[in-house]
Ligand binder design. Structure first.
Ligand code: UDP
Ligand code: MG
Length: 318
């Protein structure tokens, strides 16, 4: 039996418009090499023809393996499914929309051969919207302050992982996953290089601003309890300000004798403190929600079909 040297893991959600072009682009890069590789497609509950297309790719090429998830579980789960099915000594995670250029794979393999367990191409932000760039910059600055793990701006999920690193990632038991953090958390020797950002070839991004925001909050909360710390500190500061202000008021009354009508200030303080308390409650609630989610021990995804157990899918007329 030969061992697979490389697995290319590709989460796909409604990528019918690009998947074939993606496939030939990867074949063009890897075909001529005499690498023993496999391409693992994970269909993340697409509603278009994506599952049909990867099924066809699978029939046509024994190096293609796939799983079809039973519904859309999100990219994190799809990546996890792909990592689980991968058998390669090195695994490259990439998007189906050709934003992650397959031409970089040889360079990544080269760095891996030099002993790096993780190879991370970082994209510059050329061509991204100004607002989105600024927001992501700000976010990463915040993340650097709040998180124990280091997440680099522009370093996405596109990366090569050694088998050792993949096994480590898979051994983590949590269901709620924030891969960027996990990849950084596991450590190992990491090489990075920058590449030119490309825009999605066809189809549309699945990350609206709302989804990105939620993803961002997930990222902040899933790695430590620093937001809770922040709540405590905020509490202390408020208390300090209140004590100083109260002292001043008492002295003022003692000296001048009259209390000023404080309706407006009182209202302000009540509203401001109410806001702080609600935010704090929200932060606590998020953590409790996460605990709730984790203790249920549900699997992060459900597999409906694999290349070993193919199905025809529902009949088109039904
Ligand atoms: N994706 C997925 N499940 C989802 C959303 C996205 O598997 O619920 C896949 C998608 O098919 C693509 C990759 O994740 O291969 C990145 O998605 P997208 O290009 O929409 O994100 P962006 O590049 O805009 O960050
Ligand atoms: Mg994309």
């Amino acid at each position: 039996m030969t061992t697979t040297q490389l697995s290319v893991v590709v989460p796909c959600f409604n990528e019918a418009a690009v998947i074939e072009r993606f496939h030939s682009a990867v074949e063009n890069v890897l075909g001529p090499s005499n690498l023993d590789y496999e391409i693992c497609y994970v269909d993340d509950g697409s509603t278009d023809r994506t599952p049909d297309l990867i099924r066809q790719l699978g029939f046509a090429d024994p190096r293609v393996r796939y799983v079809v998830l039973s519904r859309n579980f999100g990219k994190e789960s799809a990546m996890l499914a792909g990592l689980r099915m991968s058998r390669g000594q090195a695994v490259v995670l990439m998007d189906a929309d050709l934003q992650h250029p397959p031409e970089l794979i040889p360079r990544m393999l080269e760095l891996h051969a030099r002993g790096y367990d993780q190879v991370v191409p970082r994209r510059d932000r050329a061509g991204d919207g100004v607002v989105r760039t600024l927001l992501s910059r700000g976010y990463y600055a915040l993340v650097r302050h709040l998180m124990d793990v280091k997440v680099l701006d522009g370093a996405g999920d596109f990366r090569l992982l050694s088998r050792h690193a993949v096994d480590t990632v898979l051994s983590l038991p949590e269901t709620n996953r924030f891969s960027k953090g996990i990849f950084s958390w596991i450590g190992f020797s990491t090489a990075t290089f920058t590449y030119r950002n490309a825009q999605r070839l066809a189809g549309s991004s699945k990350w609206g601003s709302r989804r990105l925001l939620n993803y961002g909050i997930d990222g902040l909360l899933s790695f430590n309890n620093r937001p809770l710390r922040l709540a405590i500190y905020t509490g202390f500061w408020c208390l300090l300000v209140a004590v100083v202000y109260a002292t001043w008021v008492v002295i003022d009354v003692a000296v001048h004798g009259t209390a000023v009508p404080g309706y407006a200030t009182l209202l302000m303080v009540v509203v401001a403190l109410g806001g702080v308390q609600l935010i704090t409650l929200g932060v606590i609630g998020e953590y409790v929600g996460r605990i709730y989610h984790e203790v249920k021990r549900r699997p992060p995804f459900v597999v409906q079909e694999t290349d070993e157990y193919p199905s025809q899918g529902p009949h088109p007329s039904s």
